[in-house]
Ligand binder design. Structure first.
Ligand code: CU
Length: 611
């Protein structure tokens, strides 16, 4: 059973346990001793199931089970055992003798076990990982107070002073919750050496201002403005670079200098340009509040970088990006040399219920012509692609060529939010069609059904990499992704959290230039999180404990599905302050983001969300 299924089963068992215990208590109070006894038996069974799922979850990784093991498991275990020992004999005797069996000693322990089970259901949904002492105290106090109140309502309850120690525990927990945690995570490496004011500003981390020998300058003027687009026969309000959606395609050859002057005509929330997957110098990264201030209406910013990386990339605004990218502030960046034959870039984007790919028809060419389709997922959710009518190869992922990619046919490709797949095939005599999520977006035909999903961690052939799973890492960071109540920009929300906290309260990861860094990302929640580190490509080491066994996989966005654990690594070779966040941009806006900062790098920008 997968960890995601275990999480679902665990929550279901906990819900049923809560219903069983509370139901037993209510039945006992209603003098239905026989029903109460049956419900008690059922509650014991699902409670045992819940204990089993907790243990199994721990097997998938401590992060998945920590709250169950240290808090909600013991709480339910103790309360359930007490209910069996105290209420059980009384209900049995009531059934045997035909008496009502509604004494407080029969009713109250059952209800308290129900509260403990309910806490076990609510805790992972509202608080998540990690369960801190503060949260443990508050939870135990809440169950305790509810129990005491129930007992007094049922009659013959304990004296009022018994509330005092429990309330005190709750208050200690609340107080501890206000203690500010660390704001820096050194990942087990040496701590900061440079004090603030003695470092280099991220704004000064710029690259060459001329092309490499033989290269040329590619100059673009972009003006972000409100506009409208035609989608599926409808006119849709949009925001576009130069009024176009997608924005003007940027193409360059390796060694060229790309220079884009960005103006903002009337995007009131401000705008930037972020080069997704392109490891530009930090000052060109377009992260508002980190590497620049957002460009306000009437403002401008000049981006300049050398096109050193070949492949398929894209650009988008990083200011209020949840809204801005959805509205159309995105475009493609392709660095050549161009492929022989037909070379088409297809940025996939969804407006409401309509998915568009930036082209009206499948490219046409004589049979035998090589074709390259560059798929770019500009949405916040993964898309499933299928190509019918031809065999093909997945030749590049996130801009980087794969080693020895095998021929594919009848395969489904799952492309994470923000990710890119380059498909290559030889034009056949018949028709080729491209499907996105079961809909033909280019060409026509019946949607393929039941095609297995390609596992890109096992596709292609291994090759040498500069580091790998057995390397000695200078720093290691663990990010546990979940949902929970947390402060987002100072406001309490049901946030998307990293290690129990939300942006900007997630500790900044500190690295030094040259460090070899390992990053483990575990998804404890029920949503998929496409994880995206700016300024670096990461090498995939493992997914769910299985080593990547195909072509080396260098990604800028990797899809951490519910219950999954990814282990990746990168060389800290691009000094700066970088966003490290979920590329479901709605999740990022609701807290799932943090910074990775190089020792000695400071930022003069603040106040922006960074996203
Ligand atoms: Cu996410």
């Amino acid at each position: 059973m997968s960890t995601a299924q275990l999480i679902a089963l665990d929550l279901l068992a906990t819900l049923l346990a809560a219903a069983g215990w509370v139901g037993a208590g209510v039945a006992a109070a209603a003098r239905r001793a026989r029903v109460a006894l049956a419900l008690l038996a059922a509650a014991v069974v699902v409670t045992l199931v819940r204990i089993t799922t907790s243990v199994a979850l721990a097997n998938g990784g401590w992060w998945f089970a920590q709250d169950r093991v240290v808090l909600t498991g013991p709480l339910l275990g103790v309360a359930g055992l007490a209910a069996v020992l105290v209420a059980g004999p009384r209900l049995l005797s009531a059934v045997r003798t035909g008496t009502p069996g509604n004494s407080p000693a029969a009713v109250v322990p059952l209800l308290v076990a129900g509260y403990a089970a309910a806490a076990g259901l609510l805790f992972p949904l509202l608080v998540g990982y990690p369960a801190t002492w503060s949260e443990v105290f508050v939870t135990v106090a809440l169950v305790g107070v509810a129990g005491l109140v129930t007992w007094r309502v049922a009659g013959s309850g304990p004296p009022l002073w018994t509330f005092v120690p429990i309330l005190a525990m709750g208050l200690v927990g609340v107080g501890a919750g206000f203690a500010t945690g660390a704001d820096l995570d050194a990942g087990g490496g040496p701590e900061l050496r440079h004090s603030a004011g003695h470092g280099v500003s991220v704004a000064d981390l710029r690259g060459p201002t001329t092309p490499a020998a033989g290269g040329q300058v590619r100059r673009y003027e972009f003006t972000a403005r409100t506009t409208t687009v035609q989608v599926g026969g409808r006119t849709v309000e949009a925001w576009g670079y130069n009024g176009q959606v997608p924005g003007p395609p940027i193409t360059a050859s390796q060694g060229d200098l790309v220079e884009v002057t960005l103006h903002n005509a009337d995007i009131q929330r401000g705008v930037t340009l972020h080069w997704h997957g392109y490891d530009v110098p930090a000052a060109e990264d377009g992260a508002p509040g980190v590497t620049q201030d957002a460009v306000p209406p009437g403002g401008e910013y000049v981006y300049r970088f050398r096109a050193d990386q070949v492949g398929t990339y894209w650009y988008h605004t990083h200011q209020a990006s949840d809204v801005g990218v959805k509205m159309g502030l995105y475009g493609t960046l392709v660095v050549g040399p161009p492929a022989r034959g037909v070379d088409v870039t297809l940025p996939v984007h969804t407006f409401g219920s309509d998915t568009v790919v930036g082209a009206a028809a499948m490219p046409e060419a004589a049979p035998g012509t090589p074709v390259r389709l560059r798929l770019v997922n500009t949405d916040g959710v993964p898309h499933r692609f299928a190509l019918t009518g031809t065999a093909y190869r997945l030749v590049a992922v996130d801009g980087t060529d794969l080693n020895d990619p095998g021929e594919l046919r009848d395969a489904e490709l799952r492309l994470p939010a923000g990710g890119r797949y380059d498909l290559a095939y030889t034009m056949p005599a018949g028709e080729v069609a491209l499907f996105v999520d079961g809909q033909a977006v280019l060409g026509a035909g019946d949607a393929p059904k039941g095609w297995p999903e390609l596992d890109i961690t096992r596709y292609g052939a291994p090759a040498a990499t500069p580091f790998g799973p057995g390397s000695r890492f200078d720093r290691g960071f663990t990010l546990v992704l979940d949902r929970g109540i947390a402060l987002v920009d100072g406001v309490p929300r049901y946030a998307f959290t990293v290690n129990g906290r939300a942006f900007p309260n997630v500790p900044t990861q500190l690295v030094r230039e040259g460090d070899l860094v390992e990053m483990t990302v575990a998804n404890r929640g029920l949503d998929t999180h496409p994880w995206h580190l700016h300024g670096h490509r990461v090498l995939v080491l493992e997914r769910d404990g299985h080593r990547a066994s195909g072509s080396p996989l260098w990604l800028d966005t990797f899809d951490v599905q519910p219950g999954e654990v990814w282990r990746v690594a990168f060389r800290a070779d691009n000094p700066g302050a970088w966003m490290n966040h979920c590329h479901n941009l709605a999740h990022a806006a609701q807290g799932m983001a943090l910074h990775l900062r190089y020792d000695g790098v400071t930022t003069p920008f603040h106040g922006g969300h960074g996203g």
